[in-house]
Write a protein that binds this ligand. Sequence first.
Ligand code: SF4
Length: 460
Amino acid sequence: MLLRHTKPEIKERQVLTINPAKTCQPIGAMYASLGIHNCLPHSHGSQGCCAYHRSTLTRHYKEQVLSGTSSFTEGAAVFGGQSNLVQAIDNIFTVYNPDIIAVHTTCLSETIGDDIPQIIGKAKEEGKIPPGKIVIHTNTPSYAGSHVTGFSNMVASMVSYLSEPGEKRASRANIIPGWVDPADIREIKRLLDMMDIDNIMFPDTSGVLDTPLTGKQEYFPAGGTTIQALRATGKSKITIALGPTSSLAAARLLDTKCKVPYEILDLPIGLEATDAFVDTLRRNFHTDVPDEINGERGRLLNMISNMHQYTYNKRVALWGDPDQLVALTQFLVLLNMKPVYIVTGTPGNNFTDRINTVLKGTVPEVKVLQGQGADMYKMHQWIKQEGVDLLIGNTYGKYIARDENTPFIRAGFPILDRVGHQYFPIVGYKGAMRLCEMILNAFLDKKDRECPEESFELVM
Ligand code: SF4
């Protein structure tokens, strides 16, 4: 089995990455594009890339994911993909009639050096973009960055192409939710509604990748941020960007382009990060926190104190995307757990500093890996040298969990082998309660499976 032969002895590697803790840039761009209402993502490259990106999203969300592709063959690889993209834009508007096409590139079209704005201009000149329809793009070379970089790039492109400045400011927040699942976006919107705060959420994949089964086939589900709302982001009072790795670029651009100030927060995963989110809303909109939200917070505190005896001093290995890892680490520290191994394949500034800030010196033995060479194999080697009590991360950790017989809870992207993440949030106080439930049940399930009969208890 994959990883069964992982050796505990570590040999330094310079150029080899084994099971990287990240995936392709275009997947993130495709996911962000799906958060625009009536949008068809378009992959400018070969069919194989597009099929991989679509299938990864479909396997995670258990929903159909539509995307066009420029279907590069040898000719496009040699002469460039201009004619393929112009033809694709024509076909897509003629056959599928979306409001907007969001083009992202792939390794191949980036290596050729296709100039996408020039090609979009040519399509416009030739009348392939019908009046009122829009084509936007972002560059997503997958030999740099990760799926999170691609997500961030496409969200920034939404601002660059669509946000319009204006004199009048609406008493409204732009919320850039970062790379979270549709259920998390619903939960963030629920908190905003409870605080009665008008908002534009972008991108918004709720209602797109968690649609009800109606018996009707629809190319474009009801959800997603409308183009009108994206244009209006330039006239909002403030932008609240959740997760610097995935949301800061768009928030900064909106400030530069339309003078909308921004606050950057961690993803609201866990008690403290949710407190920061709720407090930022309260401060900026001069509102009180409703009793209902305070009640949810109190119930989370109660749950944390009840389960403390099971979480205290437990060692945890976690991997995934920087923004999730920082917020999860902060929450684990609050639970008096010890996040000892933390791995992300996504490059970017300040990750180790951010992790050290939330650890507050509580785990001096922590090992953090980021970027090129940050892989699951190395993390497994660390675990072989000194084990952990819990694994938290995407599906790829199941091999380590099986090999080491370690409890494993799935969080992050992608989750290919379980359900629930698309419907039940991990953000907000309710999401934190769900995380607590998953952690506690993982420990108790293992105990029930393995304890001697005389210790097999009916009650906790
Ligand atoms: S790494 Fe590049 S070539 Fe491979 S699937 Fe991703 S975009 Fe395509």
